[in-house]
Design a protein around this ligand. Structure first.
Ligand code: PMP
Ligand code: GLN
Length: 378
């Protein structure tokens, strides 16, 4: 048997979470909240489970949820997506990303990928015969050099993958990033997949710059989102894709045969829950406090950092501590001091020695303080 993805093994998230469990370590590796979702949301799901909402949902998603998503997007970003033809509910953002990439990419097409990159993009590109073309972002700012991006665009470039707020670096796109991208794609047949799963988690007053807010970008972008991050329900795997009608039509052809539709009672519950903006407007403050608590707890240590701009990840540099590889250090810290993290080099295609670890601070305060205490021993 010849593997279609010979270089793919088990994801680092599974590897580090398993190691953390075996070592009894505090798990700040895989990104998921260490606390439960709202009981009100659970009650809504229970209600729909018990009142007969247990058969297939419509292929495109439950209408009430598509409508609630369209309304939220209009209120927040001033853009109208038609719930009938431009909003699709998926089984997590992972499915939305895969379907969007599949809708666009043919064998030989090139895709611009900013690295470090979330790990599901490249396999999706390659399974469709696409060729990832990497633009490397480097610490400490991970800012995009738009001249480099421009230089990598060719006749074969069909897609650019954007992720803001960014996993793993937390970087949030600026208005200038949007303008630069728009200028690049304006007169070309280049589509965009914008992974915005952390849209509600950004700090220090920064706005989320959805690509939907820019008319030139909006008309060629699949915006992929997820409820997992926003409502502390990563285990429910519900996401969505917003895209203009022409793109959504192609997107749905893939979605229809990937999963067909997504879990019914949860979609109804989310439609109700989403109507109250407080349920997501409180997230920046909630997570900013956790970020600051974690950073205060390692401030006296030899780790170097800049407060993360968004997402629930903080990257730290350990250059002043050791020249071990980030993978070796992540494993050692899990076993020896009982704190698991993610080595950031795994998000790069090119081998590198930036010496950065990623910590997830979506944990309760006490856990963060205990982790900080242990890390400060180094
Ligand atoms: N994109 C990014 C950047 C992520 O961090 C994640 C998961 N943490 C996903 C996509 C996948 O989202 P979902 O769990 O909804 O599939
Ligand atoms: N997105 C999560 C992270 O970055 C993990 C998701 C997964 O385990 N596949 O940690």
């Amino acid at each position: 048997f010849t593997s279609k993805l010979p270089w793919v093994g088990t994801t680092i998230f599974t590897v580090m979470s398993k190691l953390a469990n075996e070592a009894g370590a505090i798990n700040l590796s895989q990104g998921f909240p260490g606390f439960d979702c709202s009981p009100d949301l659970v009650a809504l799901v229970e209600h729909y489970l018990k009142t007969g909402f247990n058969q297939y949902a419509p292929m495109t998603g439950v209408p009430a949820l598509r409508e609630a998503l369209a309304q939220k997007t209009e209120q927040l970003y001033g853009v109208c997506y038609h719930p009938e033809t431009e909003v699709t509910v998926t089984s997590g953002a992972t499915e939305a990303l895969f379907a969007a990439i599949t809708a666009v990419i043919r064998p030989g097409d090139e895709v611009i990928v900013f690295e470090p990159a979330y790990d599901s993009y490249v396999p999706a590109i390659e399974l469709n015969g696409g060729i990832p073309v990497f633009v490397t972002l480097t610490p400490p700012t991970y800012a995009i050099d738009w001249n480099t991006v421009r230089a990598k665009i060719t006749e074969k470039t069909r897609l650019i993958i954007v992720n803001t707020p960014h996993n793993p670096t937390g970087r949030v796109w600026t208005a200038d990033d949007l303008e630069q991208l728009a200028a690049l794609v304006k007169h070309r047949d280049i589509w965009i997949v914008s992974d915005e799963v952390y849209e509600h988690i950004r700090f220090d007053g920064r706005p989320h710059r959805s690509l939907a807010t820019h008319p030139v970008l909006q008309e060629r972008t699949f915006v992929c989102g997820s409820f997992g991050k926003t409502f502390h329900i990563t285990g429910w795997k519900i996401g969505y894709c917003l895209a203009p009608k022409e793109l959504t039509t192609e997107f749905r052809k893939i979605h229809q045969y990937l999963t067909f539709s997504t879990v019914t009672p949860i979609q109804h519950a989310l439609a109700d829950y989403l109507k109250n903006p407080e349920h997501y407007e409180t997230l920046p403050d909630f997570y900013e406090r956790k970020r600051d608590l974690f950073l205060d707890s390692i401030r006296g240590s030899r780790f170097g950092f800049q407060p993360t701009e968004g997402s629930f990840f903080q990257t730290v540099s350990y250059q002043a501590i050791t020249d071990e590889s980030d993978y070796d250090l992540a494993v050692r810290l899990t076993r020896e001091i009982g704190v698991a993290s993610i080595p950031v080099s795994v998000f790069y295609n090119q081998k590198n020695d930036y010496r950065i670890l990623r910590f997830c601070f979506a944990k309760d305060d006490e856990t963060l303080l205990r982790a900080g205490e242990r890390l400060s021993q180094l």
